[in-house]
Ligand binder design. Structure first.
Ligand SMILES: [Zn+2]
Length: 71
């Protein structure tokens, strides 16, 4: 009966509670905090010309959800 389906943060793999700030980016859900962190890491990685470890899902078991895995 919940109006809000469960959403999971692609960064920290925790559930995003209805009262948490939710950011949707490229169809992927993040905590707002996690998204800001992700953006920073991405900018840092881009500066160094490195791949993005943060965007590649760590195998924590269970929920792996990366719609566009970039190589
Ligand atoms: Zn998160």
């Amino acid at each position: 009966m919940s109006p809000n389906p469960a959403v999971w943060c692609a960064k920290c793999n925790l559930r995003i509670a209805p009262y948490d700030l939710l950011t949707v980016y490229h169809g992927t859900n993040y905590h707002q905090d996690c998204f800001l962190r992700l953006v920073r890491e991405e900018a840092d990685a881009a500066k160094r010309g490195q791949a993005l470890p943060g965007l590649i899902s760590k195998k924590t078991g269970g929920h792996t959800n990366h719609p566009a895995s970039r190589m």
